[in-house]
Structures are given as C-alpha cells and as structure tokens.
Design a protein around this ligand. Structure first.
Ligand SMILES: *Cc1c(COP(=O)(O)O)cnc(C)c1O
Length: 374
C-alpha cells in the first residue's frame, strides 16, 4: 500500500502526515455546522476519544471528558495552560526540547508564574532529581511534560513521571501530541489531569483542531481561570456539554468529518495496539535500513519513540541536506529538517497512512540517492 499516485509524495513528518484517501474524501462536501446531526457527531467523537484514553479503565469513564479546540496543536496547549492554572498557581515544566520550552513560552506570555526545568535537548528527565524537587513543600500547583518530544523523537517515561508528580497531589498536564493514538496510554491509571493531542498526528486526521482529555473534577475546578476568550477551555467544554456537541465559534467542519473517518479507520485497523505495532514495524524497517546505509541515529534505542527518528547528517564533503531533501521529494518522500540546536541532523517520521513496504521503498530510494558518495 502507498500514497502514490493520488498524492505527489508521502509525508514522513510528524504531522500533518499522510492520510488515507477515504479520510481526504470525507472533506469533499460542504458540511453544515449548526445542526443536530453535526453536534451528535461531535459528541460521539468526544466519547470515542475518552474511550481510547482509558484502555484499561472503562469503569471510570464518567470521571473523564473530552473537549475539542479549534487551531493547531499549540492552540490546545495554550488553551490548557491558560485555562486551568489559577493566578495563585505555579507551573513546573519538564523540558527536553522545543515543545517543552514552548509550554514555558506560553506561560510567560500569559504571565503565569512558571519554571522551565531544562534537561537539554539530548538529555533525559532526571527522575531522582524530580522526586527530590517535589518532596516537601515545593510550591508548584501544576507540572507539565511532553510525552514524545518531537524535537528528537525521545519518548519521556510518562508512567514514572506521573507516579512522582501524583504522589504530591499536583495537577499533571501532558502534551501527548505526537504519541496519543500511536501508543497505549491510560489517562486514569496515570492520573493525568489534562492530556493534549491533535487531529493530525497519530489518529491520522487532517489539521484544524486539537483535543483535550480532561479529568472532570480538574476541569470543573478551573471555572473562571481563563486568560483568553476563544481558548477558554472551561467555556468550550460547557458549551459542548450543554449544547449537545455545539462549538462556541465556527468549527473546522471538514476536519471534523475527516477525523470521524480517521477514528473509524483506527478501529478497523484494530485500535491503538494494532496501530502501535504498525508504527513499531515501520520504525524498525526505517532504522535497520538507514543503519545499513551508514546513517546513525541520535538517540539510544531505549528512549527512542516509534514515531519520529533523528539521524545525523553525513559528514562527507559534498553532502547537503537541502539537495538530499530535494531528491527524495522528487522520488515521492518528504522528510523533515532537524530541530536540535547543537547537532547537525534531520528527522524522518513514520506515522500516518504509511506502511512497512513504504519504508522499504524509502530505503531503496535513499540507497539510490547517496549522491555524495558517487
Ligand atoms: C506537533 C506538536 C505540537 C503542536 O504543534 P502545532 O504546530 O501547533 O500543531 C505540540 N507538541 C508536540 C510534542 C508536537 O509534536
């Protein structure tokens, strides 16, 4: 299976990513928004997302809810950070990449008291130090962390972090943008208060909105905290709850229809576990193939996510990322530039409507395009 010929290339990026033809087809109508049929679809999507977030905890599904929020993934992060922390609160951000740092930037812009604990782009979150920091009277009301730090592809140990944070009765916010839907996460078991993801990552929809899985009691407690009107999470939630799935302002109707289709296809694939296995397979074909061609990964395998991988650029004279990129794009594959400040690297994503044989084709193409070795 592959995305050619109806698309010029496969997107091997962490989102927007390659979607199935049927997901794209769902957008080819002018869907209405202010009616019951649409609102019911929205509520069904919210319920299905809660179910996906509680694979082992269906019995407590009433304690959790889901809010959809217009905008890119960062808008949903901003909605949570700006809506759930009281003026008297203080946020600790555990950061090891751009997306962790962005949470701190959001807090700064919104004048929310915060500390970004930066472990370095290539560093691991120091669990012992975190435990130490959070013992005693630490003064933080909220801790935020990124699950898969897309900057490098590192999967932060969310289970252990959650355990440490929740021992201290602190509100836990997880940016699971590039992981949710691609790896099993049980929000109730980990006692996550707010988990954020978006339509165009592992659920394999198109861009236009994000979603927040929230513990009802934590969201209820946040009434009146919002620092923005259009990103007011509590208000968006009450509108959806009381309006039977109604959005406050214009909703991305086409994106929502595509997302509904993407959720059907996730189910048809066998759910999150099956998708996780496909991504792991994609990733294995990619990394084994790249290593056989002499490329080196930045991260150790133990901390590497099966979603996106950072490779060092070859140091050979004559190699240029832009030229390499251009050649691969012509042959049907779009890869991703690096984002690590002190390392010369690029990234390849393997999430989306892509399959192990696509990765095998990619490796063959790369093998034929090692032009700097010629
Ligand atoms: C994609 C992503 C985001 C959101 O990025 P947008 O460009 O705003 O959609 C946030 N956090 C992580 C970890 C991501 O991978």
């Amino acid at each position: 299976m592959n995305a050619i010929p109806d698309n010029p290339y496969l997107l091997l990026t962490p989102g927007p990513l390659s979607t199935s033809p049927s997901v794209r087809q769902a957008m080819m109508k002018d869907w209405c928004t202010w009616d019951q049929e649409y609102n019911q679809l929205v509520n069904a999507i919210r319920e299905r997302l809660v179910t996906l977030a509680l694979p082992e905890s269906h019995d407590v599904s009433n304690d959790y809810t889901c809010v959809l929020m217009q905008g890119s993934g960062s808008a949903s992060v901003e909605s949570v950070i700006g809506s759930v922390i009281p003026n008297s609160g203080k946020l600790l951000v555990l950061a090891n990449g751009t997306y962790g740092k962005r949470i701190g930037q959001i807090a700064d812009v919104l004048s929310i008291d915060n500390k970004v604990w930066d472990f370095g782009e290539q560093g691991a979150i120091d669990l012992a130090a975190l435990e130490q920091q959070l013992s005693g009277d630490h003064g933080y009301s909220h801790v935020a962390v990124v699950h898969c730090e897309t900057t490098t592809g590192r999967l932060n140990p969310i289970e252990q972090i959650a355990k440490i944070v929740k021992k201290t009765d602190t509100c836990l916010i997880v940016d699971a943008m590039s992981s949710f839907g691609g790896v099993p996460i049980d929000v109730a078991k980990l006692e996550i208060d707010f988990l954020i993801s978006s339509a165009n990552k592992c659920i394999q929809g198109v861009p236009g909105f994000g979603f927040i899985i929230a513990k009802r009691s934590a969201l209820t407690a946040a009434k009146g905290f919002a620092r923005s009107l259009s990103l007011d999470l509590y208000d968006q939630w009450t509108c959806m709850e009381e309006g039977g799935g109604k959005w406050r302002f214009t909703s991305p109707t086409h994106t929502v229809r595509a997302f509904d289709q993407a959720l059907i296809e996730l189910e048809q694939e066998g759910g999150i576990n099956a998708r996780y296995q496909r991504y792991q397979q994609n990733h294995k074909v990619l990394v084994d193939g790249m290593r056989s061609l002499g490329f080196k990964t930045m991260l150790n395998d133990e901390v590497q996510s099966p979603f996106i991988t950072t490779f060092y650029n070859p140091t050979d004279a004559g190699y240029q990322f832009q030229e390499f990129y251009r050649r691969l794009k012509l042959k049907g594959f779009v890869i991703y530039p690096g984002k690590v400040s002190d390392a010369d690297c690029f990234r390849i994503g393997n999430i989306g409507h892509v399959f192990p044989d696509d990765m095998e084709r990619l490796i063959k193409v790369i093998d034929s395009e090692l032009y700097w070795l010629a």
